[in-house]
Design a binder for this molecule. Structure first.
Ligand code: 13P
Length: 254
């Protein structure tokens, strides 16, 4: 991590936790960790718990996020949720383009671009997820795939709109598999993404953009990941569901 960028530890709960479980979790986590100091914690619960989780997040440094959104503000889109609605719930962040959305629900680079722009327009921060699948890594295509995803997500944005945007590098082969990219493998791609951002925008955006790593992050590997210069935080699935493991992630040491 680089001290100029505030580290962000983000919980992506995916389709886990009832409302009661969600509220009790955030109460416990705040009791255990207290004020966060130099770091920020993001909780992205299912839509059904957003309001109550947001109301329960009282400690400084905690933010609320959604896991997905639609790019239109309103309309005949049965089952969808707009950025205006998420903002009203108190969301500061929205995950966009998670690999599960890309692989299971037809998310494309084009819909990622539309959603990214919609989240920014609504005054929230997109956490844009990118990452290669195993076959792409094995064929040596990681940089091509991730570079394309980054470029397509941010096409058309001004440097001003890009300020504050968060990127999450999540190699798909490391998600929920217990296989973490080594800190070196992650750093290599993070460095590549940062350089790509520099060529798309400018040096200031390159230096300020926070790039999270996701994929089997757990208490035993968070410190070594966070020690890398271009890793600014973590996007955590499984280990964000238990108070004990998520607390140790928040309390990582550098
Ligand atoms: P795991 O931490 O369970 O591998 O999930 C990572 C992820 O998909 C976070 O968005």
């Amino acid at each position: 991590m680089n001290p100029d960028r505030r580290p962000l530890i983000a919980a992506n709960w995916k389709m886990h936790k009832t409302l009661a479980e969600a509220v009790s979790f955030v109460e416990s986590i705040q009791k255990q960790t207290g004020p966060l100091g130099d770091r920020e914690v993001l909780i992205a619960p299912p839509f059904t718990s957003l309001k109550e989780v947001g109301d329960t997040l009282k400690e400084g440094g905690y933010s609320l996020g959604a896991q997905n959104c639609h790019w239109e503000q309103k309309g005949a889109f049965t089952g969808e949720i707009s950025t205006v609605m998420l903002k009203e719930m108190g969301c500061a962040y929205v995950l966009v383009g998670h690999s599960e959305r890309r692989q299971l629900f037809g998310e494309t680079d084009e819909t990622v671009r539309l959603k990214t722009a919609a989240v920014i327009a609504a005054g929230m921060v997109p956490v844009v997820c990118v990452g290669e699948v195993l076959g792409e890594r094995e064929r040596g295509e990681t940089f091509d795939v991730v570079g394309r995803q980054v470029e397509e997500a941010f096409t058309g944005l001004s440097a001003e709109q890009m300020a504050g945007v968060v990127i999450a590098y999540e190699p798909v082969w490391a998600i929920g598999t217990g296989k973490t990219a080594t800190a070196g493998q992650a750093q290599e791609v993070h460095g590549y993404i940062r350089a790509r951002i520099s060529s798309l925008f400018n040096k200031t955006i390159e230096n300020n953009v926070r790039i999270l790593y996701g994929g089997s992050v757990k208490p035993s590997n968070i410190d070594v990941l966070m020690a890398e210069p271009d890793i600014d935080g973590a996007l955590v699935g499984g280990a964000s569901l238990e108070v004990a493991s998520f607390t140790s992630l928040i309390e990582f040491n550098v």
